[in-house]
Write a new protein. Structure first.
Length: 71
C-alpha cells in the first residue's frame, strides 16, 4: 500500500528521501520502501515523521485529508 500523503508532504517541502532517511537513521532505500508500502511503518517511525512534519499519524497513513493533529 502506497502512502500518497507521506510522499506528497515530503515533495511539497522539497525534501529528498535521503534527508528523511538520515533523520530516521535508515537507508534511503528503506525509506523509499516505507513510502511505497513494501516495508510496514513502525510506530517509532510514524511518531518521528509526525513530529518532524507537524501532522497527524492518520494523515501520514492516508486515513484523513486533514493534516492537523487532534488534541
Amino acid at each position: 500500500m502506497q502512502f500518497k500523503n507521506l510522499r506528497a508532504i515530503r515533495e511539497d517541502r522539497d525534501i529528498k528521501q535521503k534527508e528523511i532517511a538520515k533523520i530516521l537513521n535508515v537507508s534511503q532505500n528503506t525509506y523509499s520502501q516505507y513510502e511505497t508500502g513494501v516495508i510496514a511503518l513502525t510506530a517509532e517511525v510514524l511518531i518521528k515523521l509526525s513530529a518532524f512534519y507537524g501532522v497527524s499519524i492518520d494523515y501520514l497513513l492516508d486515513q484523513t485529508d486533514n493534516p492537523k493533529i487532534s488534541k
